[in-house]
Structure formats: structure tokens, C-alpha cells
Ligand binder design. Sequence first.
Ligand SMILES: *Cc1c(COP(=O)(O)O)cnc(C)c1O
Length: 410
Amino acid sequence: MTDAGTAVDARYLEIAAREQAHMMPVFARYPVAFARGSGTRLWDTAGNEYLDFLGGLAVVSLGHAHPEVAAAIADQAATLLHVSNYFSNVVAGELAERIDDLLGGDGRVFLANSGAEANECAIKLARKHGQLHGGAERYHVLAAYRSFHGRTLMTLAATGQPEKHEAFQPLPPGFRHVSFADIDELAAAMDDRVCAVILEAVQGEGGVWPAPDGYLEAVRALCDEREVLLIMDEVQTGLGRTGKWFGFEHAGIRPDIVTLAKALGNGMPIGACWARADVAAAFVPGDHGSTFGGQPLASRAALTVLDVMAREGVVDRAVAAGARLGGLLAELPQVASVRGRGLLLGAELVEGIDARVVSARCLANGLVINAVTPTALRFAPPLLVSDAEIDAAVAILADVFVAVASEGVS
Ligand SMILES: *Cc1c(COP(=O)(O)O)cnc(C)c1O
């Protein structure tokens, strides 16, 4: 592995200065600009090579520059990029059918451009359905603390991280939060104003916390009893990431609404909201829309992604590769515990080691990971990652732990 990041190159400095001068300061970035990718590998502007074990935040599940996805995008770009949603196009319906098939059929799909937009659709639909069936007050949504559902005002209100709300009050009303995994708290909060519950099968941004055994089953039963819709936000966990097509399948339940985004386009921006057909029937023409949603380019990319995922058996690969990565991480003395499912893993570090220092050092040593909390690392590599790449990544991490320990903790 090259000793990336030590010699900051002129090209990078120019890029960083331009971003700082012209882009809104909403991201604290690491001092690297990536120029090229292939599979699990990335190269920066100085030509240093990295193993990408973050996968663009669980987006690039088939790896960077996947040849079949790239060819489909290029072909579609040269054929038809976009028509307005006043007209049908030859790709969107086929993608919707494929998503519905994966989710067991008898549903309807809205195509959007991101995870937050998929959740906006889910929440608007749940409100309209709730008000049609339970009256004007039935618009409240229950969500979990530590959840993440997006950055728009509505999905920020759903996100269970009060510190992210503070600067943007007043947020849209009607959202309440309960402890994740506490079914009694959820039951107590579920009055007859509640139209839906929104949950993640594994809380990704909140620190890689899987729903404990039995929780989602109990939530499903409670929702059935009170006639409340269950929305599963599968934006991060969906499409093989956890070792099932969808994270909720680990609990054997069927949600009423499911949202998807990150891996759906393997990097092409796209989101989707699926709902049971009778729930989706609450929407009528004019209730929701998107200029770009369902356009041929993104839809064609997603259709190709789903084809390749099925053919390559990414779901089984996530199980096997996740077991290998999780097992190797658990053997490191600096790792206190490993959590997550499939290839969405979190490693809680032993006391005294700062995950942010470790992730920055890994980057300098050619491994891209993320400090999902100050004490935990997150791993979400492409699902086609090889065993040799897993072994190499863990070796870099092991070296970094030793180096950080010998320097003393910052
Ligand atoms: C990333 C994420 C979102 C937001 O997706 P964007 O495409 O950034 O809008 C929503 N929900 C979950 C669970 C996510 O991980």
C-alpha cells in the first residue's frame, strides 16, 4: 500500500481552495480528493491507491466504475436522458415492477432522487392515508431516537437526533421520538393521532445499531392492532447490504411502506418509495411529484444495478464477506465489540482510542472507513469485495492501531 496522504499534492490544494471559496461550508472534509475508482479501489489526485471500505456511504455496492452499469448509463445517455413526467418513458415502469417484485408484489412505487425524498414521499403518503381513514388529527409519526431519515425539514423532523434540530426550529409538527428497541415506550406513545411508525432495521448513521431480536416483530404486531402504518427506511440497509435483500427480512415481517436509495443506482442519484397498493391508493394525481424522479437515465442505471446484484448473488456475498470481516475485526485487541449485519458493520473501540483519529490515520495509510461515532468505526464496503481485500483492510487497521497507541492518544 502506498503511503497516501503524506505528500499533499498541488492539485489537491487547488481543489480544496476552490471548494472552500465557493461551496457552502456544510461538510468537514478529509484532505483527499478522489479522482478515479475501480471495484473496491480508489485513487486520489496524486495517484495514491486506497481500499474503499465505506463505499460512498453504502452506495457503491457493486464497486466503483462497474463496467455493466457504466455501459448502461452511457447507452441511455446517448439515447434519452429525460422526459417530463407528463409522459411515460420506456424504463421507469420496468424499474418499479422490479422493485415491487423484490418486495413481494402487490405494491406501487414512486421514484425519487435521494433517500430524503423517498422518505418525504413515505411521510406524505402516511399522512394522507391516516387522514382519509382516521380523520384530520391522524397525522403524527413516531420515530426512534438515534435514527436518521434525511436533511430536508420533514425528514430532519423525523430524525431522532435533537441536536440536529436546534438551529432549524420550527420544524414541521407531528413527529415524536421514542427509544429504539423499547416496545413499551412505542406502545405508550401510539395514540389515535398516530398514522405511522418509521424505523431503520439497522440504525446506520446513528452508530450501526441493529434492531434487537423480536423488536420489529413486536412493532409489526402493535401497528396491526392499532391500524398504524409501518414504514421501514431501508435507504442504507436495503438491497443486500445486511445479508438479506432488505433489513426487515431478518425479522420476517412485511412493512406497509419501504424506502430505498443509496445502493439503488450504485452512485447514480435515485430513491424509491414502495407502498402496499391499498395504501398507495391514498395518493391521487397532483398529490406528489418530482421533475427528475423516474427519468430514464437514473432508472436505467438502477435496473442494471438490480440485474447485476441478482446475477452476482450479492446477498449471499454480503453474508460471507460480512462474517469474514466481522470475525477479523473482533480478533483485534483494540476492538471491544462488533455489531451490525452483513456488510454494514460497526466496531466499538476499547476505551481511550478515538475512532476519528483512527479513521484519519487509516485514510493516510490507504483505507477509507468512517468514524460513525467518536468511539466506533463503520464499515460498508462494496458487496463484491474480495477476501484478499478484506484481509488487506484489516491489516492496515491493525497497523494503525499499533501506531496510534505508540504515539499516545490525542
Ligand atoms: C442516508 C440516509 C438517508 C438520507 O438519504 P439522502 O440520499 O442523503 O437524502 C435517509 N435514511 C437513511 C436510513 C439513510 O442512511
